[in-house]
Design a protein around this ligand. Structure first.
Ligand code: NAG
Ligand code: NAG
Ligand code: NAG
Ligand code: NAG
Ligand code: NAG
Ligand code: NAG
Ligand code: NAG
Ligand code: NAG
Ligand code: ZN
Length: 314
């Protein structure tokens, strides 16, 4: 997630159009003078904080939390909810219409979905997800940024609230076969890239694809949870993070379009590559108990052990 803004907000792209303090900070990914190693000094006091994102999720260290129930997604099937696609110079951001919401999943209340944006590396062979799992970095990561409904869209309040924002992170992995242009929803999304090659470019999106379409068949009941921050300056520690275990599968040709089409500024500026923050110190992570499938396998094995022990006595 990126950016937050300022006064607003913007989390990453949260609302880039919401101008704020973050606009005032000349941060970047691609130059030593302003890349993420400099954020703790150029964007203190938050980027130098103690619950910063992203993190490496160590699956074996995640504690079991039975409160991590299923989410309820409202209007994620709407084919008119994705309204505008924009090159912010730091990411590709898609605005989400009002009325799209997420609740459940042990979130403290309902959250309104504001926007989603992406992080990537340099083509499918140089991965650029923000979170990593057991050290594995995925080709891309999609962040859906949501704000507590009770804050009525006030991002200033959201970034000052330790759970003011909820970010949903989805890894993107290359499809296993050699198919191209798949899935159709991502073919459609990437068809807009050539219309927004320069920073500040944006176009309206035609009705047709929904968030559900873009998330594919990913199992949204299996995820990691931790408390962290925006992953772009001003790095406010206001984010309840959900990182889903199963990746979205997108064909290699479409993944490669992001790092070969979008520029950080005008057409003579560098291409937007490696747009992710490096890993921050670990935080406590929780997740669901193993699924019943493995649980019953365990019971079965224990049963066999008990049986053999019992038989062994005779
Ligand atoms: C970021 O800047 C540091 C020095 O501040 C440099 O060592 C590092 O290579 C830079 N990384 C990138 C990706 O530019
Ligand atoms: C971050 O920087 C601010 C301002 O310089 C400072 O007050 C604060 O103590 C720093 N926080 C940490 C965790 O170093
Ligand atoms: C879903 O979105 C539609 C408009 O796209 C809106 O009329 C409806 O109220 C929304 N549903 C909810 C539960 O907010
Ligand atoms: C990205 O990949 C392209 C093609 O492989 C290469 O020419 C370019 O130098 C890479 N850019 C960076 C910043 O590594
Ligand atoms: C957000 O809330 C703060 C504090 O209540 C208020 O001062 C500010 O005007 C609000 N911003 C917007 C855009 O409503
Ligand atoms: C992958 O490509 C090979 C040849 O390039 C072809 O024979 C095969 O059918 C393709 N597989 C798929 C799933 O398209
Ligand atoms: C795909 O995107 C184009 C714009 O690039 C749009 O005109 C078209 O309606 C979309 N198709 C579907 C099926 O959503
Ligand atoms: C492109 O942007 C750079 C600064 O990023 C500027 O120096 C240059 O003049 C711009 N070129 C054009 C054609 O606008
Ligand atoms: Zn992000």
């Amino acid at each position: 997630m990126n950016c937050l803004v300022v006064a607003a907000l913007a989390v990453c792209a949260l609302v880039p159009s919401v101008r704020g303090a973050s606009d005032a900070i000349a941060w970047c990914y691609h130059q030593p003078s302003c890349n993420d190693t400099k954020w703790p000094t150029i964007a203190a006091p938050f980027c130098n904080g103690t619950r910063q994102s992203p993190i490496d999720i160590v699956s074996a260290s995640a504690t079991v939390n039975d409160a991590l129930t299923a989410f309820t997604f409202t209007n994620y099937s709407s084919t008119t909810a994705l309204t505008k696609i924009e090159n912010t110079g730091k990411t590709l951001k898609v605005a989400i219409a009002s009325g799209v919401k997420v609740s459940g999943g042990d979130l403290p209340e309902t959250y309104e979905s504001l926007q989603f944006h992406l992080h990537w590396g340099n083509g499918s062979s140089v991965p650029g997800s923000e979170h990593t799992v057991d050290g594995k970095r995925y080709p891309m990561e999609l962040h859906i940024v949501n704000i507590k409904s009770s804050l009525n869209g006030n991002t200033t309040l959201a970034v000052a609230d330790s759970t003011g924002l909820a970010a949903l992170g989805f890894f993107i992995e290359v499809m296993s076969g050699n198919e191209t242009g798949q899935p159709a929803s991502w073919k459609n999304l990437t068809s807009y890239l050539t219309s927004i090659t320069n920073s500040g470019d944006s176009v309206k999106m035609a009705p047709g694809i929904s968030l559900d379409d873009l998330l594919g068949g990913v199992d949204r009941s299996s995820y990691y949870r931790y408390l962290g921050s925006l992953t772009t300056p001003t790095c406010n520690e206001a984010v309840v993070w959900t990182v889903f275990k199963e990746p979205i599968k997108v064909s290699k040709d479409l993944i490669d379009l992001f790092s070969t089409t979008l520029h950080v500024s005008n057409s003579s500026s560098p291409l937007m590559v490696n747009v992710f923050r490096n890993i921050q110190p670990a935080q406590p992570v929780s997740t669901q108990a193993q699924r019943s499938g493995s649980a019953s396998t365990t019971c079965y094995s224990l049963g066999l052990m008990a049986l053999s022990f019992f038989l062994g006595r005779f």
